[in-house]
Design a protein around this ligand. Sequence first.
Ligand code: FUB
Length: 321
Amino acid sequence: MKKARYLFPSDYMADPSANVFNGKLYIYPSHDWDSGAAFDDDGGHFEMKDYHVLSLDDVEDGEVTDHGVILALEDIPWAGRQLWDNDVVEKDGKYYLIFSAKDKNDVFHLGVAVSDRPEGPFKAQPDPIRGSYSIDPCVFKDDDGSVYTYFGGLWGGQLQRYKENKAMGKEYLPEGDENALPSRVAKMTDDMLQFAEEPRPVLVIDENGKPLRADDPHRFFEASWMHKVNGKYYFSYSTGDSHLLCYAVGDNPYGPFTYKGVILEPVVGWTTHHSIVEYKGKWYLFHHDCVPSNGVTWLRSVKVMELDMDSDGNIKTMRSE
Ligand code: FUB
């Protein structure tokens, strides 16, 4: 697969979380639309109000099915607005959709919705996950069955409002040679409805063991993703205002993760966001860009291309063409 493929040209979708369930590929995206909200640095223009799921059997040219609305804002008792990125995991035959939304006070939290089938519909829990904050959950099931949720996002994602998992009542964004603000990870309870532990920082370190600095264009911003290759844990993320997708590798789900390189050069549009999954023996990078909307940042389209990875597991920098 040489060129990237737009997966669903008839609607705008973004932040694709790809998962394989029962031999089929399911993509859980954010559902973009033109709400009329003005562009701002806090993402006020991303006013999404429902989630769909897409499925396909063949990445290269198979038909893509849109299963319609699987969860809507009005069916989430605690949510006020802005259904941002989500991800789904299967545990003991049930499917758990973990999503980010603002509550009625405009504070982001993570919620859980449950279904018996990967294509939904999903039923939301009455309250957000206790102790959850910020955005962009990635739910990763390890080989021993333990499930971890990675999350966090700067600026409009509100991560800079929290220190040691407590709201500070103000914002603090590290600058210059201070350590960059890390993503967070927490193991989930067996019933998948709560964090089983206090979230921990996901440290990305350089080859000398030092955390990446706040002014490093490769530091974490949002869009956490976790995948595993040959026993190694690959933490990948977006760098936000430097518009890259980067990755770092560790020996366990908590890290630290040693920075390795850039996966994807900037795409058309402000945000870049992805997932990485193995399907039928090949690794794929699901991502989005704003080419079909002629660069409108809040109208994004889901794409896929084969991941360029060598036999030692090093990912080469790609362009989405
Ligand atoms: O889709 C809304 C937000 O844009 C996501 O949560 C971020 O990762 C960025 O893609």
